[in-house]
Design a binder for this molecule. Structure first.
Ligand SMILES: [Fe+2]
Length: 316
């Protein structure tokens, strides 16, 4: 049976404007959802602060109200008048990206998936290319669950930051974001029982997981609208510059630069996410783990650039 409530992110809530849907909170003492605010209530800044202090990053809405909530999110994302705080726009963008990816990946229609990734990439670029946007704001908003949708969304945001910091041409940004949204599309063919397995994968399960770049490439390779670099982000994002990656074991420049960029941010995003068998790593710990591999797995210039982005925002 479909659950009557769906979880939403507190990051997309905006003060001073009724949401138009009832909001519910999970009451830990009763393990039940309780009505938090009615649809016509305009949230105050103190409400959001209280949620933050109490560590409540998620709320719930009734499934029947989902369409109205999505309309609210889309208006928020497209509001570049300056009236909507950037944190709420980024939060709304993240909800729209993850929810839209979830829907269109499930369709298993490559045309729809590629077109949707292109549309979402333009939306991400419009929001994240804002001049007053900070990395710290983004890092506070991103979710840490290890669903393919969350991982793909986070990789797309981080790829935007890294591509900009590396000084890549602005015309490359949209295609890189779309490629990042698509990079793990091959995971659709792997069961949740394997992807979310709490213990170690056996040899056969590992073999299946390592097929996902090839599966994704096969799914998308006949699509004329995709650039070589985007296809290589799908096919080569687990390759390592020392040749120890998969599926082929390419070395150095044999790996497309966009795939090398994807490898850096994909690894970071995975390390800071929650896995069935461990909690999220801190940003500092994730960088340490990656640094141990740097020069072996990642292109040093790209890794150092990413490290500086994260360290600068930690110091700010
Ligand atoms: Fe992957």
């Amino acid at each position: 049976m479909t659950p009557p409530y769906v979880m939403i992110s507190a990051a997309a809530l905006r003060v001073g404007q009724p949401l138009g849907v009832d909001l519910y909170l999970h009451d830990l003492s009763t393990n039940q959802l309780g009505l938090y605010k009615q649809a016509d209530y305009a949230l105050h800044a103190s409400d959001l602060e209280q949620l933050r202090v109490e560590g409540k990053r998620h709320l719930y809405i009734h499934r029947e109200a989902q369409d109205r909530y999505h309309e609210y999110l889309r208006l928020l994302v497209s509001d570049d008048s300056g009236d909507t705080p950037l944190a709420a726009r980024v939060g709304a963008m993240d909800e729209v990206v993850r929810e839209t990816l979830r829907e269109c990946f499930a369709s298993d229609d490559p045309n729809r998936i590629v077109n949707t990734a292109g549309t979402l990439a333009q939306m991400v670029l419009r929001v994240l290319d804002g001049s007053d946007f900070t990395t710290a704001e983004l890092l506070q908003v991103v979710q840490h669950d290890y669903s393919t949708f969350t991982q793909s969304a986070n990789v797309a945001y981080f790829a935007t930051l890294l591509a900009k910091a590396l000084g890549l041409p602005s015309a490359d940004l949209g295609p890189i974001i779309a490629g990042a949204l698509l990079h793990d599309i091959g995971q659709q063919e792997i069961s949740d029982a394997i992807l979310c397995k709490p213990g170690r994968l056996d040899d056969y399960e590992l073999h299946l997981v390592r097929q996902h770049p090839l599966n994704g490439f096969r799914k998308l390779c006949r699509h004329d609208a995709l650039l070589d670099g985007q296809l290589m982000m799908v096919y080569q994002h687990h390759e390592k510059i020392d040749g120890s990656g998969y599926p082929v074991g390419c070395v150095g420049d044999e790996i497309h630069p966009w795939a090398r960029l994807c490898a850096v941010v994909d690894t970071f995003a995975a390390l800071i996410s929650i896995r069935p068998y461990r909690g999220p790593r801190t940003h500092e710990r994730a960088l340490q783990i990656m640094e141990f591999d740097c020069g072996l797995a990642f292109e040093p210039e790209m890794f150092q650039c990413w490290k500086k982005i994260i360290e600068d925002c930690s110091r700010a």
